[in-house]
Write a protein that binds this ligand. Sequence first.
Ligand code: ATP
Ligand code: MG
Length: 273
Amino acid sequence: MAGDSLLEVRDLRKSYAVAPRAIHQAEGDPPAATAEFVGVDGVTFSLAPGETLGIVGESGCGKTTLARMLLRLIEPDSGEMRFRGQDWRGARGADLRALRRRIQMVFQDPIASLNARMRVGAIVGEPLAIHEPGLSRADRHARAAQMLEAVGLGSEALDRFPHEFSGGQRQRIGIARALILRPELVVADEPVSALDVSVGAQIIELLDRLRRELSLTLILISHSLPVVAQLATRVSVMQAGRFVESGAADQVLQSPQHPYTQALIAAVPEIPA
Ligand SMILES: Nc1ncnc2c1ncn2[C@@H]1O[C@H](COP(=O)(O)OP(=O)(O)OP(=O)(O)O)[C@@H](O)[C@H]1O
Ligand SMILES: [Mg+2]
């Protein structure tokens, strides 16, 4: 595998056991075989530092399953993941902890992903409390305030609770939390699909600005081709657990080769002149 890549993913797979339909089961029947549903079916890609990979595909195609494997929130059935040449999929103990902080996620639902009982300062500072336990409370608070400024929320947000903020502001809090450890790779899974279009556009702009300012590599996941097209330098089109087409964003968007990509592009409404 190439040494200059940030992330190398090879043949990543994840199946889910699907419970047999209990309704067809009569008492005394032998247990029905558990069916297997393939969520991610052999995904391979490599990402260079500074790239923005857009992953686009319809609901249920496996995007979140893939994202959660990339973060090691769920274990793949098989496949390899390397981060800056290190074995990320197999990392354990101190290696795992050291790698974890370098890869962070922005979640789809800014309400569900923030602890409603914690103040914003504690939410944003929590990754620091975990990964830099030696840091004083005051320093943690200062870093959280700085990060909140960077995402366009004043430090007055520190002592408030998530419910006091709008959806877009909550997503800014989620982004501040994801970035406070200065990760190298950020995986944003449907970061704007819960938001109004105009608010979502501001969040996409914010991600792009932070990407440049903090030299991030970004994986932007969305069911929406226009959202992905705004930022992606490379695009992978996902269907039924597989990448059916991957390439430079211009190439995939302007001369799509796969019928599914062509259908996605054809489905984007034109803005009347
Ligand atoms: N924990 C699970 N157990 C069983 N099946 C699951 C589980 N998680 C996901 N799936 C199934 O795997 C498939 C892929 O789900 P996934 O959430 O990865 O799709 P997605 O592309 O993120 O969809 P969406 O656009 O709706 O977020 C779906 O059919 C889903 O029902
Ligand atoms: Mg999803």
